[in-house]
Design a protein around this ligand. Structure first.
Ligand SMILES: Cc1cc2nc3c(=O)[nH]c(=O)nc-3n(C[C@H](O)[C@H](O)[C@H](O)COP(=O)(O)OP(=O)(O)OC[C@H]3O[C@@H](n4cnc5c(N)ncnc54)[C@H](O)[C@@H]3O)c2cc1C
Length: 499
């Protein structure tokens, strides 16, 4: 096995290099090069106890647990890097931001304690001042709280959220299909439910898009109501019932903090500890069950094992040639789940000018390319950074434009929220997750109507020697980094029990 050295001491090395800007650049590039060099080079081992398919957070957590139990394990990862949907991006003007998963918040105790264990600190998301809401009808307003004070939707939206929270309070997070109203809720979309339960349903649906587009990469009319209620219920933990606010808010919610040096430090630190128990550029093409073992075929060769933990996203599981095939119910489930459509677009400015105007940098709009904006500032640069999530129908409208056209539309969206200065960034960058071969969308594989109540029960059921990890198989915080950790741990425990 390879060297299991401690992770790079980011803070001290950054200081030695004499500047905050150097910190981010050093952090990801040096760490990634070091991690990749420590992974398995050359041929794969003939046999291990457990093969883990996928080197995102979930797979790496599973492998760590198997290794800690003294069993041999190999992570086979299709990409030439670890992290999956978690990926740092180094800005040309200095500083490291996240192109994928970034935020964490209260009750996401699995990812935060894992990160703390790995020596990775969090910092508070900037939240001082007022948020901005831009409505085609009522114009631009500054506000505080969860729901913008738009008189045409305020009461409707507040009541709708109250109902959602009420439904979520008695949703079994591990078996939503067993809820007495599962079939009824699964027969309808969130959009249809809003249509039937609000007065200004058009207005409420527009507002809800600012939540569903970044959260699911989808619109209210694509999402099963049962799935949405379940997602709200999962926005908590064993001792705190999930709520819409904990999911959607910055302070007190899932956007409360971020990781110093970027979230990819978590999978990088895990992989560094696993060393040559990780094989990169090893895409799994076939998994077969033989009498007394499973054989995992990859583009770098094959490995026999006693147990397999699969953490690849649902669509990628379907891309594997299974012998025998995965159960029909699971195939039906995975083929009906849909990866959201999502991009992150960031603009960098000399300084965070909106902060000087007393604004948080959080903005909502019912039109244009920027339905939701965040201050994406990081400690390793003094520059101001605005982030736009472009998801669902907004992605469908703007995702196919040229980069230059989209840049213009995104900057115009920022300008309606934060003023003309937003039109003049010193850098612009974007990441379209639909174009990633091993992810094909983001942030999560979501459920259209009619899937969760009919096929949902197959989400975690082991098959032969195979156990299922990946954030989509989690209960609490499914779809999030926290869910990825939970699912990895659970799948590892299942596999270890069978060894
Ligand atoms: C734009 C975006 C924003 C997000 N924002 C947040 C956020 O703010 N907070 C948050 O908590 N979460 C966020 N998420 C979600 C979060 O990133 C994911 O929930 C989490 O990273 C999933 O981890 P995972 O290990 O389950 O899956 P993945 O990260 O997808 O890992 C699966 C791995 O399997 C590999 N793989 C696939 N097929 C094969 C194959 N055939 N053979 C071998 N390997 C294979 C993939 O390359 C990948 O590395 C966001 C995601 C995106 C895309």
């Amino acid at each position: 096995m390879g060297a299991h050295e401690p992770i790079l001491d980011l803070g001290r090395r950054g200081l030695l290099l004499g500047g905050a800007a150097a910190l981010g650049a050093l952090a990801t590039q040096a760490l990634e090069a070091r991690v990749n060099a420590a992974t398995l080079q050359g041929g794969l081992p003939g046999r291990v106890d457990v093969v883990v398919v996928g080197g995102g957070i979930s797979g790496l957590v599973a492998a760590r647990r198997v290794a800690e139990a003294g069993r041999s394990v190999l992570v086979v990862e299709a990409r030439d890097r670890v992290g999956g949907r978690v990926l740092n991006h180094e800005l040309a003007t200095g500083g490291t931001i996240e192109a994928g998963g970034a935020f964490v918040g209260p009750t996401q105790d699995h990812i935060t304690s894992l990160a703390a264990d790995l020596g990775i600190a969090t910092f508070d998301q900037y939240a001082t001042g007022k948020n901005v809401y831009v409505s085609s009808l009522t114009g631009r307003q500054e506000y505080t709280g969860t729901v913008p004070p738009d008189p045409t939707i305020l009461l409707d939206a507040a009541l709708a959220l109250q109902q959602l929270n009420g439904f979520a309070a008695d949703m079994p997070v591990d078996a939503p299909w067993e809820h007495p109203r599962a079939a009824e809720w699964d027969a309808t979309t969130l959009g249809e439910w809003i249509g039937r339960n609000t007065v200004n349903s058009g207005g409420v649906e527009q507002l809800m898009k600012s939540w569903t587009q970044p959260t699911f990469g989808a619109d209210p009319d694509q999402l099963s109501m049962l799935y949405v209620i379940h997602y709200v219920a999962c926005s908590g933990n064993e001792t705190n019932v999930g709520t819409f606010e904990r999911n959607s808010d910055t302070v007190g919610g899932a956007q409360e903090s971020r990781f110093v040096g970027g979230s990819q430090r978590v999978p990088l630190a895990l992989a560094q500890r696993l060393g040559d128990r990780v094989a990169l550029a090893a895409a799994v093409t076939r998994i077969e069950h033989l009498d007394n073992r499973a054989v995992v075929h990859t583009t770098r060769g094959r490995v026999a094992c006693r147990r397999v933990i699969v953490s690849a996203p649902p669509k990628q599981v379907l891309g594997i040639d299974w012998s025998p095939d995965i159960p029909a119910g699971r195939r039906a489930l995975l083929s009906r789940m849909q990866m959201g459509q999502l991009m992150k677009c960031d603009a960098v400015y000399d300084r965070p000018f909106w902060r000087e105007d007393g604004l948080t940098g959080f903005g909502l709009s019912d039109a244009g390319a920027v339905r939701v904006a965040f201050d994406n500032g990081v400690a390793d640069t003094d520059h101001g950074i605005l982030l736009a999530f472009v998801g669902g129908s907004t992605w469908r409208q703007y995702g196919s434009l040229s980069r230059a056209e989209r840049r213009q539309a995104v900057l115009a969206g920022f300008a309606t929220m934060f003023g003309e200065k937003a039109l003049h960034p010193i850098e612009y960058t974007e990441k379209d997750w639909t174009r990633e071969q091993w992810t094909t969308g983001g942030p999560v594989a979501m459920y259209p109507p009619g899937v969760m109540s009919t096929h949902g029960e197959h989400i975690r059921t082991p098959f032969g020697r195979v156990h299922w990890a990946g954030t989509e198989t989690s209960t609490y915080w499914t779809g999030y980094m926290d869910g990825a950790v939970r699912a990895g741990d659970r799948a590892a425990v299942e596999a270890l029990e069978q060894l």
